[in-house]
Design a protein around this ligand. Structure first.
Ligand code: CO8
Length: 263
């Protein structure tokens, strides 16, 4: 991915097995214009296809993860164009095709589409500088990239209703207390470093097991408990067809370090 030249994002591989994407549109507080979303899709697709990459970290700048969809780009959009072109449909790609864990490291503003993008992460980390919110109501619209669904699942109906109906921000403290994020770090640098360290740790496990783990947890978002538990058990059974199950359990029994084959 390094060799690819992007205009609105920066990509690198700062740790073994870890892809790193930084949104880089500083003058617009990383407002998510269509070209940026297309580049983000392309970078994630490249990481998905790259067998040397096992986990991905997505961040913005210290000032803004992303201040939302690009309002200037949306301003003159009509219903027929939005509906006809299925505007922002490409956003849903961002989560459905990436089978590798995505950690979002959120500093500064994560508003509107920025909050929605942050919530597409499998694990959310933020720093005390983070400000979340779905302020679309102030613009005469509503969240359009999953905010009403993911925020409600994450923090519960009453809190999500309050945020979405008032447009009030959600502080980093509330995000931590309510479980929107897994951890709140003291500084933006610690947040990014923490995300990279977690990604590196995940990248050190069997990628077969990592993929299955992400898949079963995500199923809990769509299935009832009985079907979900059954789905999990079937996939658990399937793990006994992998080499890495034998390697992992044999290593434990022999008090050795597992050398994963990802097979
Ligand atoms: N779109 C376009 N430009 C933006 C955006 C945005 N969302 N946010 C900030 N900018 C631009 C500003 O216009 C400004 O540009 P310029 O220097 O040319 O005037 C520059 O970034 C810096 O911003 P500010 O001067 O406003 O910085 P402040 O520190 O004073 O304020 C705020 C920061 C509070 C974040 C403020 O910029 C703000 O309120 N931004 C808008 C937040 C918002 O309403 N976001 C929701 C947008 S709607 C949305 O996301 C719908 C999602 C639907 C699905 C996705 C569709 C693609």
């Amino acid at each position: 991915a390094e060799s690819m030249q992007y205009e609105h994002i920066l990509v690198s591989t700062p740790k073994p097995g870890v892809g790193f994407i930084q949104l880089n549109r500083p003058k617009a507080l990383n407002a998510l214009c269509t070209p940026l979303i297309l580049e983000l899709n392309a970078a994630l697709r490249t990481y998905q296809a790259d067998t040397s990459i096992s986990a991905v970290v997505l961040t913005g700048s210290e000032r803004a993860f992303a201040a939302g969809a690009d309002i200037k780009e949306m301003k003159d959009l009509t219903f027929s164009t939005a509906y006809g072109a299925d505007f922002i449909e490409s956003w849903s790609d961002l989560v459905t095709f990436l089978k590798k864990p995505l950690i979002t490291a959120i500093n500064g503003y994560a508003l509107g589409g920025g909050c929605e993008l942050a919530m597409m992460g499998d694990i959310l980390y933020c720093s005390t500088s983070a400000v979340f919110g779905q302020p679309e109501i102030k613009l005469g619209v509503i969240p359009g990239a999953g905010g009403s669904q993911r925020l409600t699942k994450a923090i519960g109906k009453s809190r999500a209703m309050e945020a979405i109906l008032t447009g009030n921000n959600i502080s980093s403290k509330q995000a931590g207390d309510w479980g929107l994020v897994a951890k709140v770090f003291d500084t933006p640098q610690e947040c990014v470093d923490g995300a990279l360290a977690t990604a590196e740790k995940i990248a050190g496990y069997s990628q077969i097991a990592v993929k299955a783990a992400k898949e079963v947890v995500n199923k809990s978002q769509d299935l009832g408990i009985r079907e979900g538990v059954e789905f999990e058990r079937r996939l658990f059974h399937g793990m006994f067809g992998s080499k890495d199950q034998k390697i992992g359990m044999t290593a434990f029994a022999e008090k050795k370090k597992a050398e994963w084959t990802n097979e």
